[in-house]
Design a protein around this ligand. Structure first.
Ligand code: TXA
Ligand code: MG
Length: 324
């Protein structure tokens, strides 16, 4: 089983030896390895059981450190980087030859992010290579936001989990690419559209409908992603409870308590109606529900602004039929 701890020297040594280590970020925990070493990167795919057509994000500690891996950074990308890095934003940029094709699944674009979690910032600063890190969950399952989430599912496959506490944001980074003067949002995440539009003119921000989009630009955005083992049904909770009864269900509500359902079978994402808090709690709530002896998880959408859009995106993917 993996050790869990906060030994940065141990984590760095393992990574230098080509091992895979789970690391905390402000979004979710990542399954990290030396991005420049194809053999290490292939271990990440194997541990996650991830298809090799689904590329990985590379992480560094500082903007200057990404230059060897990307051909250029446009003025627009630079502005986004300076505003949101370190933080929950991933940029798709043209890669250089140093980045193994396995990392990008053969694409000319590489996804780059500078996370702001202090533990991982320190770790990345001590390394002279970037870390490729997908979310540290088995392919298709909910991303981990606690060290114990990683331990439960991948603990027997990796030597070390660097514990940085519960993730501050709780949903993955926002992924953007560039087409002429347009910024294309391929995955809604920790940087909201409202925040992006403070830096990029709103008319130049295009949110790709990635649930329909089958383009190779966003191969990871499969509809039934983030899915727990139990069926998730989205709708108005009062109606759903009427329809499904209260015996075999659990509920995930935004802010209200539903007295007709036993307390231990409900998760309130934020009693005060705070979308940032709701994002922090979402994946832990799905995991908790998945462990209960119930047939299905009833859930409601949250208001669709700020991080609410990303939360609703994850809820919809969790609810999508897993038959593809
Ligand atoms: O918050 C996050 O982004 C976390 C933390 C660990 O940094 N990472 C994460 O990685 O969510 P992952 O692999 O679970 O999701 C990355 C997404 C995938 O959907 C993948 O398809 C897409 O990014 N992606 C990565 N590289 C890409 C590329 N070159 N072109 C298009 N999409 C890419
Ligand atoms: Mg993932």
């Amino acid at each position: 089983m993996a050790d869990i701890g906060n030994d940065l020297v141990k984590a760095a040594d393992l990574l230098r030896q080509g091992e895979i280590v789970a690391i905390p970020t402000e979004t979710v925990y990542g399954l990290a390895g030396n991005a420049l070493d194809a053999a290490t990167v292939s271990k990440i795919f194997a541990i996650k059981n991830r298809p090799s057509f689904n590329p990985l994000i590379i992480h560094t500690s500082h903007l200057e450190k990404i230059h060897p891996y990307v051909q250029s950074i446009s003025a627009q990308a630079q502005r986004l980087a300076e505003t949101f890095w370190p933080g929950p934003l991933t940029l798709l940029l043209y890669k250089t030859k140093i980045v193994p094709d396995l990392v990008t699944a053969g694409s000319d674009l590489v996804a780059v992010r500078i996370p702001r979690h202090p533990v991982t910032q320190q770790l990345l600063s001590s390394l002279d290579f970037p870390l490729a890190a997908p979310s540290a969950n088995p392919f298709g399952y909910i991303s981990p936001t606690r060290a114990t989430h990683v331990e439960e599912q991948l603990g027997d496959k990796i030597p070390y989990i660097l514990d940085g506490g519960p993730c501050e944001i709780g949903i993955e980074s926002t992924i953007v690419g560039f087409e002429e003067d347009k910024v294309i949002v391929y995955r809604l995440g920790g940087v909201s559209i409202e925040a992006l539009s403070k830096v990029v003119d709103e008319k130049n921000i295009i949110v790709s409908d990635s649930s329909k989009d089958q383009s190779p630009q966003a191969p990871g955005m499969l509809t039934s992603h983030y899915a727990p083992g139990k069926k998730v049904i989205l709708g108005h909770l009062d109606d759903l409870i009427m329809q499904y009864g209260t015996d075999d269900i659990g509920i995930i509500s935004f802010k209200d308590y539903y007295p007709q359902v036993p307390q231990q079978r409900q998760c309130i994402l934020s009693a005060s109606g705070n979308l940032n808090e709701a994002a922090q709690c979402l994946f832990a709530a799905l995991r908790k529900m998945d462990k209960l002896p119930i047939q299905c998880i009833l859930a409601e959408r949250v208001p669709s602004y700020g991080l609410g859009r990303a939360i609703n995106d994850r809820l919809s993917r969790a609810a999508a039929e897993q038959d593809e």
